[in-house]
Design a protein around this ligand. Structure first.
Ligand code: NAP
Length: 444
């Protein structure tokens, strides 16, 4: 148990995060071994089969899915975890007719388990773009969802009162599965990472309920830790986007905006790698703003080279990290850490926002929504109210991206049309490679 708590604590800081993951893994191994030893009759044959099947799915998932696909991978892990919890609950229900509090725990466990299973699969489908990422909405949707949940909950209560009426269980399970689908359908792809954090919380609560049903203290506590950390993460993400829970769950955010669709004819200024290199070379303070595109291009190592070159020339280079840049919390921290960019050069949004006014260059690499000034003043914008990085306060803004495509929120960015903005069109890795080449060619 201590290992799980230490794991969460260590994972909260990048310098100790690896140790945190290891502690969590060791904790889980000890928990599994302890559970097996506690029960005298254990059918190791089935456990080995489950171990092989689980590893055959889990290991390729871990190694083959790129880092940009971590939200999808997390959604799949939650789906499997929740399914395991729901199936154990189902087995317990049929194995021996439960009584009293155990029935309550089993109903909560299976309800949350089944709805998290289908909900997570839907979230996976949307993030992987197997399903339409746009919110699918229809009239009376919230009422229908509420009624569906109400009927499932009523069936659950009926099962608590009459656990011997097992005929109700399959109906209850199907309703819970259906509710998971209906819950996610109206939510847009842009909100999926937040929803995944919330589903994580449900899966944790389901596991905790399973702990009560099986009288397993470890499951109760580990599930509660999972449930609360998922909820806290979802709250942090909502705050960073200045959104409320209800807005995420019922707001249908991520629909293509009319403003983006009518692509106004506005001019932008662009520059070459050579021009960009010259401006960076003569700057004193450069603030780099990494975003999702940096991860897509896998340009973090090139960025490190640029950082080294500029630092050697006496340029002060800092990195501004927006809490929801990329596609998962901490995405940019992990990406930059991978390239060994010194951690003390990374600044959180609130700590660096006032520095942009002194910066000669704000170099935006594959970030879009987190720099959009519309968030400050355009009340009709879906990102209105989201705190952004004040890149437009810098003397010059340079933006590396491939074209004029919008970011995840699907909206145009007025930053690109400002007089002080230079668009550096190209793939982030290719463009940075060219800038590094140009800089190396200029006198050292
Ligand atoms: P973003 O707004 O999604 O924009 C990414 C930009 O990267 C795109 O405009 C794209 O433009 C560019 N890009 C893609 N591939 C590229 C490449 N190979 N080279 C160069 N540029 C490339 O990203 P962001 O500013 O990081 O914002 C994150 C978004 O995700 C926010 O809307 C946030 O609310 C949302 N979100 C994040 C989290 C989280 O936990 N991090 C959670 C929920 C929601 P081109 O196609 O023109 O190149």
């Amino acid at each position: 148990m201590d290992l799980f708590i230490l794991s969460l604590k260590w994972m909260s800081a990048p310098s100790t995060a690896r140790r945190g993951v290891l502690a969590g893994e060791v904790g889980m191994l000890v928990a599994i071994i302890g559970t097996l030893l506690r029960h005298e009759v254990v059918n190791y044959q089935w456990i080995m089969i489950a171990f092989v099947v689980g590893s055959a799915i889990g290991v390729p998932l871990a190694y083959l899915m790129p880092m940009t696909a971590v939200p999808q991978r997390t959604a799949l892990s939650h789906a499997f975890g929740a399914l395991a919890s729901a199936l154990i609950g189902t087995a317990e229900f049929y194995r021996e007719t439960p009584h009293g509090f155990v029935t309550v725990a089993l109903v909560v466990e299976t309800l949350l388990g089944f709805l998290t299973f289908t909900g997570s699969l839907m979230a996976f489908g949307k993030l992987q773009e197997i399903l339409p990422t746009r919110p699918m909405v229809y009239r009376g949707q919230n009422v229908i969802n509420l009624v569906l949940f109400g009927v499932a909950a009523a069936m659950g209560i009926a099962l608590m009162l009459h656990p011997e009426s097992t005929w109700m269980f399959p109906i209850f399970a199907v309703l819970s599965l259906l509710f998971g689908v209906m819950l996610i359908v109206p939510i847009g792809g842009a909100d999926m990472p937040t929803v995944i954090a919330l589903l994580n919380s449900y899966a944790g609560l389901s596991a905790s309920a399973m702990g009560f049903a099986l009288d397993n203290k470890l499951l109760i506590i580990a599930g509660a830790l999972d449930g609360s950390s998922g909820l806290i993460l979802a709250i942090i993400m909502c705050r960073a986007m200045n959104r409320s829970f209800s807005n995420v769950l019922f707001g249908a955010f991520g629909q293509v905006q009319a403003s983006a669709a009518k692509a106004e004819e506005r001019t932008v200024r662009s520059a070459s790698a050579e021009e960009a290199a010259e401006m960076l070379d003569s700057a004193r303070l450069v603030i780099v703003v990494p975003g999702y595109g940096l991860a897509v291009a896998q340009a973090q190592h090139k960025l490190r080279e640029l950082y080294d070159l500029l630092t050697r020339r006496g340029v002060d280079v800092r990195f501004a990290i927006h809490p929801v840049a990329g596609r998962m919390p901490g995405h940019m921290n992990v990406l930059l850490a991978e390239a060994d960019i010194p951690y003390e050069k990374l600044f959180e949004m609130d700590d660096i926002n006032s520095e942009f006014a002194q910066a000669d260059v704000a170099l935006v690499i594959g970030a879009n929504d987190v720099t959009n000034p519309a968030a400050r003043h355009d009340k009709s914008s879906p990102i209105y109210g989201m705190p952004i990085l004040n890149v437009d306060h810098a003397r010059t803004v340079m933006v590396i991206k491939r074209g004029m495509s919008p970011g995840f929120a699907g909206i145009d960015n007025e930053l690109y049309y400002m007089d002080k903005t230079l668009m550096l069109f190209g793939d982030a890795k290719v463009f940075l490679t060219n800038v590094v080449k140009e800089l190396s060619a200029v006198r050292a």
